[in-house]
Design a protein around this ligand. Structure first.
Ligand code: TRP
Ligand code: ZN
Length: 476
């Protein structure tokens, strides 16, 4: 499916629109309307203002730095958010059209191949609502009211796979990761935090009667769904830095807890530093400058938001902390070409749970055996997902993890470690038009090629069997 988005008559008659008024989406197998083919979002400078935390009210001012890989007759961003009041092109007003039904924001100006433009969008109102197609929750901007008067409501982002567009105009596909600067303006006494490093120079003081502003700089490109945003009555807890960054650089550690978080919930987060050490032993340097968790009371899965995983109270276990930390390498740094390849995220993150169990002197093989039994009981499928409903199933998680276990059993620990480190550093990615940014976008085929190149034909056959076979390969 190529996903053609037909423009309305209004857009077609705009003078800036090209005669062939069609925009091609990225062409994702499972999400055929997302994104714009040929569009490369380089950076998003995001300003969000929330005056009533815990409600859906939101205003935004986002400047996207956009580059065209080939001539684009117009720009089409994904957006389900509030009404846009103004659009600017390099600072000058530009015609635009908001197609709420299609979830697209069209900027009616052509962008020549290889050129960059800064597109600014201003909006205010309420965040969009996007029900998950399978699970009983909504994706994107979350509002947690304050039912017991513990210090105000909260908001945060839970965007995987396509919820970022409920509050941000973005090229909403993991094949187009970008850097972010996020500035949050919130009421006095409200803690606000986003992916990346805090930029102290732009902070305004949190005084009792005026809103205050904080800025975070996410310097490494990440997929849009991985952007963390949290605001509410959160308590920040600092821990000692961990020397697991590039060249042994210290990775800063800070977690965030809502009021009333019990010590039982807090306890497993105290092991985060040790977890980062154990994982970087296998995966290579931790890819960002900081890491922590933001605990939320909402009933959701955990999410590997970059530099700051989003952790429901109910997911506050060592196992899930390990899983989300592993996604910082696999998912947030090595990103997906297509959502059907999501096992590349989930299989690697699940396998990290086994590596952690071993690190603690537990029986990793027993865990692998349990996964195998789960798959025998529930049934399984080839690893490439064919429906949205398969994306987060036990084949993506447990079969994906067992595929890696089979590979490790085939080649041994040393070769497997080298394989993991090379893959985490983008070794499987095909050279691209924008190597400095897109070098880490991968699909299953590229993993298979990389396996053949680095571990040989025999190993690649083992992996291929786990990827493609309609029946469960022998237990590794
Ligand atoms: N990626 C998350 C994890 O495994 C899970 C997740 C994100 C999810 N979005 C989802 C699961 C939507 C089901 C539906 O850590
Ligand atoms: Zn996961």
């Amino acid at each position: 499916m190529t996903g053609l988005l037909l423009l309305s008559a209004a857009a077609q008659t705009a003078p800036e629109a090209a005669p062939a008024a069609q925009v091609r989406s990225v062409g994702d197998t499972l999400y055929p309307t997302l994104g714009q083919a040929g569009l490369d979002a380089v950076h998003y400078d995001v300003h969000l203002t929330v005056t009533q935390p815990g409600t859906r009210a939101l205003s935004g001012d986002v400047t996207a730095t956009l580059r065209a890989r080939w001539p684009l007759p117009l720009i089409s961003l994904d957006f389900l958010g509030p009404v846009v009041s103004a659009a600017l092109w390099n600072g000058q007003p530009v015609p635009f059209r908001q197609d709420h039904a299609a979830g697209k924001l069209l900027i009616l100006r052509a962008l020549p191949a290889g050129q960059e433009a800064r597109v600014t969008l201003r909006y205010a109102g309420v965040a969009g609502v996007l029900p998950d197609p399978v699970f009983p929750f909504t994706l994107g901007w979350q509002a947690v009211p304050d039912p017991v008067n513990v210090g105000g409501g909260a908001n945060f982002a839970f965007s995987e796979p396509d919820g970022a567009r409920t509050f941000l105009p973005v090229n909403d596909h993991p094949s187009d990761p970008a850097t972010f600067t996020v500035t949050l303006t919130v009421p006095p006494g409200t803690t606000a935090v986003a992916s990346g490093e805090r930029v102290l120079a732009t902070d305004t003081p949190d005084t009792p009667d005026t809103p205050h502003t904080v800025t975070f700089d996410q310097k490494q490109p990440i997929p849009t769904y991985a952007l963390a945003v949290h605001l509410g009555p959160l308590e920040a807890v600092d821990s000692p830095g961990v020397p697991v960054g590039l060249g042994g650089a210290l990775v800063a550690r800070r977690d965030y807890f809502p009021p009333g978080t019990t010590d039982a919930v807090r306890a497993p987060y105290r092991r985060t530093g040790e977890i980062l050490k154990a994982l970087s032993d296998w995966f290579g340097p931790y890819p960002f400058a900081t890491y922590g968790s933001a605990v939320v009371t909402a009933r959701l899965p955990a999410l590997e938001t970059a530099t700051l995983s989003t952790m429901p109270v109910t997911s506050s276990s060592e196992r899930v902390i390990v899983h989300e930390a592993a996604h910082q390498w696999f998912g947030n740094t090595v990103t997906l070409r297509d959502w059907s390849d999501v096992w590349l995220n989930e299989g690697f993150a699940t396998y990290a749970e086994l590596l952690w169990a071993e690190h603690q002197g537990q029986d990793g093989q027993a865990l692998a055996d349990a996964w195998y039994v789960t798959l025998q009981r529930r049934g399984t499928r080839p690893l490439t997902a064919t429906t949205q409903g398969e994306m987060f199933d036990s084949s993506a998680y447990q079969r994906g993890a067992l595929a890696l276990h089979a590979l490790r059993r085939q080649v041994g620990d040393d070769a497997f470690r080298t394989f993991l480190r090379g893959y985490a550093q983008g070794g499987a990615a095909a050279p691209s038009a924008a190597p400095e940014r897109a070098a880490q976008v991968v699909g299953t085929d590229e993993l298979l090629d990389y396996t053949r190149r680095t571990l040989g034909e025999q190993a690649a056959r083992v992996l291929r069997d786990w990827v493609q076979s309609s029946v469960l390969p022998p237990a590794p």
